[in-house]
Design a protein around this ligand. Sequence first.
Ligand code: 26V
Length: 798
Amino acid sequence: MKDVLPPSVETLRGDILHHLTYTMGKDPDHASVYDWRMALSFAIRDRIVTPWFASTRQTWEQGRKRVYYLSMEFLIGRMLEDAAINLGMRAVCREAIEGLGQDWHAVVENEPDAALGNGGLGRLAACYMESMATLGCAGYGYGIRYEHGLFKQGFDHGRQVEMPEDWLKQRHPWEFERPESAYPIGFKGTVEKRDGKPVWVPAETVIAEAYDMPVIGWQGHWANTLRLWSAKSVNEFDLNRFNHGDYTAAAEPETFARTLSRVLYPDDTTYQGKELRLKQEYFLTAAAIADIIRRHLAGGLSLTDLPKYVAIQMNDTHPSIAGPELVRVLVDDHGMEFEQAIAITVETLGYTNHTLLPEALEKWASYLMTAVLPRHMQIIEEIDAWHMRNNPSRPHWVGIVKNHEVRMGELAFICSHKVNGVSALHTELVKQTLFPELHRLHPGRIVNETNGVTPRRWMRSANKELSHLITDTIGEGWEADLDMLHQLEPHVQDKGFREKFAAAKRSNKVALSNWLMETQGVKVPPDALFDVQVKRIHEYKRQLLNILQTIGEWHAIRNTPQGDYLPKVKIFGGKAAPGYQAAKEIIHLINDVAEVVNNDPYVGDRLKIVYPANYNVSMAERLIPASDLSEQISTAGKEASGTGNMKFAMNGALTIGTLDGANVEIREEVGADNFFLFGLTAEEVVEHRKDPEHARHAIQQSQTMQDVLQMIAEGRFSPDEPTRYHGLVHNMWNSDYFLVASDFEDYRRAQAEVDEAFRDSDRWWRMAALNTARMGFFSSDRAIRGYMEDIWGTESAL
Ligand code: 26V
């Protein structure tokens, strides 16, 4: 596709004024930042439409295979600047908007985050959409257009409070409503026999209506579509009831239907077996499958050729009802034999596993599945029986339906030709611990696709200082060819380069300090070590280990105030699932400790703790480029991959981490000397747990741990309620499932090594720059190429 040239500043200014006047209906003299942001967004969007149409047309004309990425979450964040950068028109946009008397940052920051996801899984889907567009991989993302994204987090006396998120209260300039693309989605009801064939007669029906967002790749060479479904009522409004004066009841069908796409489930830790969640999953999946089949047939193709032209990727088990749904459509609606239908289904589907945590593995009670999707339950049992028939050596405990539950992992596995883990270590654990028997029966089905992140958003857009330095040093093009970063290596030997690298980081740290002062009222010295842990709050991610170690540092300063301490800022960010009490307690503790430490006159500037509320994609874009140390300290074997770890390291933060998830591969790439390793390995964790006294023994070995726990138990951080953390301390001594105590001393040892390295600034910047230079592997472009080759069987259209 031809290069798209950026418009001139004058042309763009004209376009902005045009949209302000005719789309927004605003007089420039009375327009708000919001109006200007909208006008600019529309002016940018106009320039996406041409490459978008061209990509779609080319896919049709060339009869290309399309990839469909089904995900309950797309954690996109802001779109304006990303789109401008990918179209090569950020500078022009900025000049145009400033020429119109507006502040560029105010306009960009006026955009609310599209927070349609919980964390890693949703953000990965967003990075993958961008990489597919960059690589010219023809495809669609399918998701739900939640009216309310992930809740907003606030703190009330240190406790998390949740507030509704309202991004759609404003106009959403990046979407196109498609009322003509709408499908009825059924639920419940009965399965009848007609002419000996099963016919599902749903009792409830809602309409899935499409909203399309273009996803533009780097330099605008290709654009794909993210299609989000919104639930509407079949009969929008009961006019009869309205005419009889019952105004509320008249709107009831609409209200009922819309609950389906009303809100994102905010709990990414425990599967709860709630009917509404199952309905949401089927709603997304059924709408997607209907759309895929319609498009396939519209191309004049036969359903027997489906796997030749269609690859469907299931992002975790959430859309795994896709297996039975595709079989149902092929058999019930198109008269195909079951055996052929399941064979086509398996060839078409792929499944990505993102977690091994038993409480997060989806299992639906058989009675619920039967009630909500009666025909699917029959098909699930048929698939289970078919699999058993074809694999007579399958042990009795293996299967999809067991103990009156439908196990969605097994269902997704059996319905897919490829199952992938998201890091080398995680994939091994998927083989050995999650699906050992299925792996034996289907060797070669499980493959690894280590996660990646898009360097366009996470370097080029979020870290302009570093990006300019990279381009000045190795030239253009690295954003789409991240292995080029290796060319930085010889320059790392050059002191001048290291100084520039350090200066870029410092400038980001100054910007963050200013922001922390403005928003949190905390003054932090920009030359201190910025030590950052941002991610969802979860016991296995061990924010607790971090705060206990921080208390240890504070205790040392208090005991020996004359000591030579490295000034440090500990930054935390992240939300807890609303019902996850243990995680909420950790948040409370961090905030309580911050209150005491930050107001301690003995400490001064040597230690600060900040926890800005409502961590989201935009905050990540601020924090990550300004970080010196990246905390990746999960209990080994628990973090499937991590993707924040990659964003930090490519932006020149050093990692302190365990051998978990993609940390293992990051350490291999950047070199063991440039990574602060500590902690038990996944195997040692399993061994350790066999000793029921593991925590007690570990605490008894550590004077610091004892002191820290003692201070917490005495109420030093909760003077208004001294017993507040007694439960937490008790649990630490007596159970400590995530082995905080066992890793505590080794973590302190690694932290001390960090301090020592940071004091030797020549050494530190060498290590930091080498991290950036060696992180090319973790581009999501590499990951998507892997999916295309190993799973989807597609090629770039570019
Ligand atoms: C799980 C559940 C459970 C049922 C209720 C709703 C819900 C919503 C989301 C999830 C997702 C949990 C899995 C997840 O986010 N895994 C993360 O995936 C990242 C991308 O592969 C990976 O980097 C993280 O290590 C992994 O925790």
